[in-house]
Design a protein around this ligand. Structure first.
Ligand SMILES: Nc1ncnc2c1ncn2[C@@H]1O[C@H](COP(=O)(O)OP(=O)(O)OP(=O)(O)O)[C@@H](O)[C@H]1O
Length: 319
């Protein structure tokens, strides 16, 4: 759906975005992460056509952005980091103006404004001047204008920035809903946001794409967690199973002894789990817990965003 190839952008001598390539399919919600100044906003501005790239191409459904900016922009919704909403305008007037900018005409315009007002739950504020709205409501106005005209591609820069926990939950539900019909890229500093919404993550570091991976793949590890009544000395047989590399005792679990089993990289974890469970049953011992150990994404993201871990190292660890 969206294809970005070798995108680069300089500000004077500063290389803000350096040879970034990725593609995103329809229906995906992809998180764009990185420290302050990593290049996220510059990437989003180039994809949305607000900023020219020095090099590289952006295509949406195989249509080139540079050659057909108007066609692409009609299919695109953009929520910038700093909302350019006009404080003196009412919500209704602003959405009418935004619909005109998107080229929506007459009846379609009316229907679309109704739809986005309902989706963002703004009907009670239609006649309120934007200046009088809370941060959360202003953010919803920003999202409402972004989803006018059913964009195929939605780009959201820090969509929950400054929202309280309840508003954040509402905004996430709204984004999930929108993603049923669109491709969504969202930039955020908040790991929980990525975990709550995204199926995939792109991490930018120093203008370069440092990681492009599915969250499920990143979460996987080569370890099983085991909690049982058996002591370490009773588990020798487990360490001898062909798919097991090693076994470590962890701090005591809630009810029994807790262990981490390191499996071979190519191991079949469900089959191995069954063997371990069978062994424990054969010893008439208690099995309290046996599950794959999930990697801590927050630590992983920090390592990649600071350059402490490379894409290859992350993939090797997840293999
Ligand atoms: N208009 C500009 N003129 C000069 N330098 C700029 C301009 N806009 C951004 N930069 C620089 O380009 C680099 C990338 O900035 P960008 O805003 O894309 O990063 P970001 O990842 O979105 O950061 P943040 O999380 O703080 O919003 C930074 O070093 C920034 O200072």
């Amino acid at each position: 759906m969206l294809e970005v190839k070798h995108l680069s952008r300089k500000y004077g001598h500063l290389v803000a975005v350096d040879d970034v390539s990725f593609s995103i399919n329809k229906g995906e919600i992809v998180g764009l992460l990185g420290h302050n100044g990593a290049g996220k906003t510059t990437i989003m501005k180039m994809i949305s056509g607000y900023l020219e790239a020095n090099k590289g191409t952006v295509t949406v459904d195989r249509i080139n952005l540079e050659a057909n900016p108007k066609t692409i922009q009609k299919q695109l919704g953009y929520l910038p980091e700093n909302l350019p909403v006009y404080p003196e305008m009412t919500v209704a007037d602003y959405l009418d103006y935004a619909a005109d900018l998107k080229g929506l005409k007459h009846n379609v315009k009316k229907v679309e404004i109704k739809r986005v007002v309902k989706a963002t739950d703004l009907s009670h504020k239609l006649l309120a001047p934007i200046a009088t709205l809370s941060r959360g409501l202003k953010q919803r106005v920003g999202v409402a204008q972004a989803i006018l005209g059913h964009p195929k591609l939605l780009i959201l820069d820090e969509p929950t920035n400054g929202l309280d926990p309840e508003q954040t939950q509402q905004m996430r539900a709204l984004i999930r809903d929108i993603a049923k019909d669109a491709t969504v890229i969202l930039s955020t500093h908040i790991m929980q946001e990525v975990e709550a919404l995204c199926s995939r993550v792109l991490i930018v570091h120093g203008g370069k794409l440092a990681l492009d991976a599915e969250l499920d793949t990143l979460r996987q590890s080569n370890h099983l967690l085991l909690e049982t009544s058996l002591a370490l000395s009773d588990l020798e047989q487990v360490t001898k199973l062909p798919q097991v590399v090693g076994l470590d005792r962890l701090e005591a679990g809630k009810v029994g002894h807790r262990y981490r089993i390191e499996c071979r990289p190519d191991s079949d974890q469900p089959a191995l789990s069954a063997q371990v469970a069978q062994f424990i049953a054969s010893q008439n011992a208690q099995l309290y817990l046996l599950q794959p150990e999930l990697r801590d994404l927050e630590t992983l993201f920090k390592q990649v965003s600071t350059g402490a871990m490379t894409h290859q190292e992350v993939c090797d660890a997840a293999a």
